[in-house]
Write a protein that binds this ligand. Structure first.
Ligand code: ASP
Length: 439
């Protein structure tokens, strides 16, 4: 398998994982086998990725900012990044709302189907509503307060992305403000740390084809009512169709603004996309996204170190597109009187905020959907029923929207780099570049 490109190996792992999952669903004791003996390898892989995410952000951002040698460039990069992120998210929500209003997947669902779905997923939906309540209880400026850490070691330990980014920017700027002679040792330290962590990404990725096998086999055994999936096909097709359009939109940006071939770009970032799909977590995928965009697309460290971690946290175009569609779909089924133009405008605003507020972990988008629905006065007693309606297909849709979230972040990194003159010929590194010398 040595000569095969990484994305092919991962794809083969995914396909075999799906087939294995289906076989195990029909074998006696198969589900238990997957949970006890296969799933843990997926968990180990995700843990390893999370393990390196924090040192990677810290090192690449501090080194990157210190290398910029110009504070005004940081401001420019920050404003551009946030500006483009908000614009792409708005495009995503508008695409989602247009599709769901044209296709109307929620109209004509029979009462039995509705009741059956409600009965199967009511408990899980209740849990989502409770989680959303905790987020909602915070004050309006809490999100801003949360960016400023009071103890960086706690932030590092809890992987609080925005706090770590703030700290890294702060250190990087101060490194620029002190004497060069004094700044050098610390910059060198972070440069070296960055190289080490990038090498770790290469090594961990050797394990990726096996890990995705485990992750997907586990996803398959978790489905237990394929009939419900078929009933929700029109809704799921709207979300997937919207997500595909969104990828098309990114590719136009890559071609006409980034001046790169879309196919080439997709090939370079494909391992990150496949992992996003397999893990349903942009946060877990982040180290791989950073490695691919930096080494394989050719974006400078200072851009990837800032744009990608910020993107993983606040830019979720796939999630907001999904929230727009899901909110309207639920209304079409159980609250058609709420389907006014004003309410849909409110959804545009709240889905944008929800994309910023959603955590980059599985199912976060569904929790934030509660807040989107409440913003339009959705009757509280119907909320668990609404969520129950879409619960059955949430995992596969989560996988798809996370892929779009990660693609969006990578695209914006390319655009920001291009606009700042920070895009160069890529120089991919392999895990064994130095191996001969040390083996
Ligand atoms: N799982 C998504 C992510 O990590 C968030 C969501 O839409 O649930 O990007």
């Amino acid at each position: 398998m040595k000569k095969l490109a990484l994305h092919w190996k991962i794809l083969i792992g995914m396909v075999l994982g799906i087939i294995f999952g289906f076989i195990m669903t029909s074998v006696d004791g198969g589900k238990g086998f997957v949970t006890d003996w296969i799933k843990p390898f997926g968990t180990i892989f995700i843990n390893l990725l999370k393990l390196i995410a924090v040192p990677l952000i810290l090192a690449s951002l501090i080194k990157g900012v210190a290398d910029l040698k110009d504070i005004s460039k940081i401001k420019k990069m920050g404003l551009r990044t946030v500006g483009i992120y908000i614009s792409t998210t708005l495009v995503a929500i508008i695409i989602g709302l247009a599709i769901v209003n044209i296709v109307k997947p929620g109209e004509g669902m029979s009462v039995e189907t509705k009741e059956r779905i409600e009965a199967s997923f009511a408990t899980s939906a209740d849990a989502m509503v409770t989680k959303a309540k905790i987020t909602q209880e915070a004050g309006p400026l809490q999100a801003l307060v949360d960016i400023f850490p009071k103890n960086i070691f706690v932030s590092l330990g809890e992987a609080k992305m925005l706090q770590i980014i703030f700290f890294a920017l702060f250190v990087g700027i101060c490194l620029l403000l002190i004497e060069e002679k004094k700044a050098k040792p610390l910059i060198k330290f972070f440069d070296s740390l960055n190289e080490v962590v990038m090498k770790m990404v290469d090594l961990i990725m050797l394990f990726a084809p096996y890990a995705v096998f485990a992750l997907l086999a586990n996803v398959i055994i978790a489905f237990d009512d394929p009939e419900i999936l078929i009933k929700l096909l029109a809704y799921a097709a709207c979300v997937v169709g919207g997500l595909i359009l969104m990828i098309g939109f990114y590719m136009l940006l890559v071609k006409f603004v980034g001046k790169k071939s879309p196919l080439w770009f997709l090939k370079q970032i494909s391992p990150a996309q496949l992992l996003a799909f397999s893990t349903s977590s942009s946060a877990a995928t982040l180290p791989v996204t950073m490695e691919r965009v930096e080494e394989h697309v050719g974006v400078d460290k200072e851009v990837t170190g800032f744009v990608l971690p910020v993107g993983a946290t606040i830019n979720m175009d796939g999630t907001s597109l999904y929230q727009g569609i899901a909110a309207v779909f639920i209304m079409q089924v159980i609250w058609p009187e709420g389907l006014t133009f004003t309410n849909q405008l409110i959804i545009v605003g709240t889905a944008l905020l929800a994309s910023i507020g959603s955590a980059a972990v599985p199912s976060a988008g569904m929790v934030m959907l509660v807040i989107v629905l409440e913003s339009i006065g959705f009757p509280a007693h119907l909320l668990p029923i609404g969520l129950a309606l879409i619960f059955a297909v949430d995992r596969p849709l989560d996988m798809c929207r996370t892929t779009v979230n990660v693609t969006g972040d990578a695209t914006v990194a390319l655009l920001v780099a291009k606009s700042l003159g920070k895009l160069h010929d890529p120089k991919p590194k392999n895990w064994d570049d130095n191996y001969d010398k040390v083996k």
